[in-house]
Design a protein around this ligand. Structure first.
Ligand SMILES: Cc1cc2nc3c(=O)[nH]c(=O)nc-3n(C[C@H](O)[C@H](O)[C@H](O)COP(=O)(O)OP(=O)(O)OC[C@H]3O[C@@H](n4cnc5c(N)ncnc54)[C@H](O)[C@@H]3O)c2cc1C
Length: 380
C-alpha cells in the first residue's frame, strides 16, 4: 500500500488529507498528517483579536477533530527531509517514509531578520502577539502609530491595509482619532502590490486622513528612540509601531535544493509539483509562487494536488476539472465602519475592486464562523 505523508496540519494540509480520504479507498493508500501543533488555528481571526473584537477561544480547534477518521495524525515537528531516502525525520528522532509527499508547512515568523523588531514592533501574526497588541492599544492615549511591512513576501497581503482601516475606526470609537496620527508605510512605490488594489486603497486612506509613506523598506528599528528607519533613508518616530514580521518557509527546508534561500519551495505554478520531484507537491504559504500567501490560495490549490496524487496512484490522468491551478485567490478587504470589499483574481485577471459595502462585511463575519464546517472539511 502506498504511503502519502502530508507535513502540516493547517489550512492546506488538512483540506488535502480530507479530500484524499474521501476519494481513495482505504486499501489504496495510507494517509498521514504530521503537524507541529495539535491545534488548528484560524489565523484571520487574529486581526480582530488585536482590536478586541474577537474571542480567541473560537479561533482554534483540535486538528484530530477536523480530520477524517481515515487519516492518521502524528503530532511532531519535522526537522529533516531526506529526499534521497524518501523519508521525513522528526525532532524526536523518529522517521516516516513516504511514496507521495505534500509540503503544507505554511510560513514562519523570523523576527531576527529585522533588527530591533522583537523589542520595538507589535504585530498580529500569532495569537500571543495579537493579545499583546490589543493590550498596547488599550493603553494608547494618542500619538503617532506607524504601520508597516517587515519584509516581502508575507501572508494575507491585504492584512496591513485592513488593520489600518479598522484602527482608524477603533481610535475614532475611543475618541482618540483627533490626537492620533496614523502613518501607513509600504515597501513599493504604491500602497499595495497589485495596481488595481492600490488605486482603490490610496484615495480611501487619504479620505480617512491616514498619512502614506511608500518606498519604505524597513531596515532597522531602534526601540529606545522609538524610531524605525528604512533602506531608502526615511526615519519615522512612533508611539506605537505595528509591522508584519519577516516571513520564511519552514526551517528544515532551508538549504535544500527544492527551496530558495528563504525556504520557499520551488513549485510548478500549474501542477504544484515540486521541482525535479514528481512525487512531491507544495501547497499554500510554503510555495515560492508569486501570488498571495492566503488561506484561499491553499483552498483553491488543494483539489489540484489531490487530483495529481490520485492520478499517480491509479496510473491515470488527473481529473481534468482540477488538472491545473489557475492562480485563483479570493480575499476580503475590511475597510472599517461595517464595510468590506472582495478581491477575486487569478494568474490572468487582476482584481476589480467593488465599492466597500455592508453585505461583503457580513459575508466575512459569517465566513469567519463557518470556516470550521466548510473549509478544512472540503464541503465548500
Ligand atoms: C492576521 C492574519 C489574517 C489573515 N487573513 C486572511 C484572510 O482574510 N483570508 C485568507 O485567505 N488568508 C488569510 N490569512 C492567511 C492564512 O491564514 C494563511 O495563508 C493560511 O493559513 C495558509 O495555509 P497553509 O496550510 O499554507 O499554512 P498554515 O495554515 O499556516 O499551516 C501550516 C501548518 O504546518 C505546521 N508546521 C509548520 N512547520 C512544521 C514542521 N516543521 N513540522 C510539522 N508541522 C509543521 C503548522 O503547525 C501548521 O499546522 C491571514 C493570516 C493572518 C496571520
Amino acid at each position: 500500500m502506498k504511503r502519502i505523508v502530508i507535513i502540516g496540519g493547517g489550512m492546506g494540509g488538512t483540506l488535502i488529507a480530507n479530500l484524499l480520504a474521501r476519494q481513495l479507498k482505504p486499501r489504496e493508500a495510507h494517509i498521514t498528517v504530521i503537524s507541529a501543533s495539535a491545534r488548528h488555528m484560524y489565523q484571520p481571526g487574529w486581526l480582530y483579536v488585536a482590536l478586541g473584537r474577537q474571542d480567541p477561544r473560537a479561533l482554534s480547534r483540535s486538528e484530530r477533530g477536523l480530520l477524517s477518521k481515515k487519516v492518521a495524525l502524528h503530532i511532531g515537528a519535522v526537522s529533516k527531509l531526506d529526499l534521497e531516502g524518501q523519508q521525513v525525520e522528526l525532532e524526536g528522532g523518529e522517521s516516516l517514509p513516504y511514496d507521495y509527499l505534500v509540503i503544507a508547512t505554511g510560513s514562519r515568523m523570523v523576527l531576527e531578520d529585522l533588527p530591533g523588531f522583537a523589542g520595538g514592533a507589535q504585530h498580529f501574526y500569532t495569537e500571543e502577539a495579537a493579545f499583546r497588541l490589543h493590550a498596547q492599544l488599550e493603553e494608547f492615549n494618542g500619538g503617532r502609530i506607524v504601520i508597516g511591512v517587515g519584509g516581502l513576501p508575507y501572508k494575507c497581503p491585504v492584512a496591513p491595509l485592513e488593520f489600518t482601516f479598522l484602527l482608524d475606526e477603533y481610535l475614532a470609537h475611543r475618541g482618540l482619532r483627533g490626537r492620533s496620527e496614523i502613518v501607513y508605510t509600504f515597501p513599493l512605490g504604491r500602497v499595495f502590490t497589485i495596481e488595481s488594489v492600490a488605486e482603490f486603497a490610496q484615495p480611501l486612506l487619504e479620505q480617512r486622513g491616514i498619512k502614506i509613506e511608500t518606498f519604505f523598506n524597513a531596515e532597522e528599528i531602534l526601540p529606545d528612540q522609538k524610531l524605525v528607519r528604512s533602506m531608502e533613508g526615511t526615519e519615522l518616530n512612533y508611539e506605537l509601531l505595528i509591522m508584519t514580521p519577516p516571513h520564511r518557509g519552514a526551517k528544515f527546508l532551508e538549504g535544500l535544493a527544492i527551496a530558495d534561500a528563504q525556504g520557499w519551495v520551488k513549485t510548478d505554478r500549474a501542477t504544484l509539483q515540486v521541482a525535479d520531484h514528481p512525487n512531491i507537491w507544495a501547497v499554500g504559504d510554503a510555495t515560492d509562487l508569486p501570488i498571495s500567501k492566503a488561506g484561499s490560495t491553499a483552498h483553491f490549490e488543494a483539489p489540484v494536488i489531490v487530483a495529481h496524487i490520485v492520478a499517480a496512484l491509479r496510473g491515470s490522468a488527473p481529473d481534468p476539472r482540477h488538472a491545473e491551478y489557475g492562480g485563483h485567490v479570493m480575499c476580503f478587504l475590511e475597510t472599517g465602519y461595517g464595510k468590506a470589499s472582495l478581491l477575486d483574481f487569478d494568474y490572468q485577471h487582476s482584481p476589480q475592486v467593488a465599492q466597500p459595502n455592508a453585505i461583503t462585511h457580513y459575508q466575512k463575519m459569517v465566513f469567519n464562523k463557518a470556516y470550521w464546517y466548510i473549509v478544512p472539511t472540503g464541503v465548500f
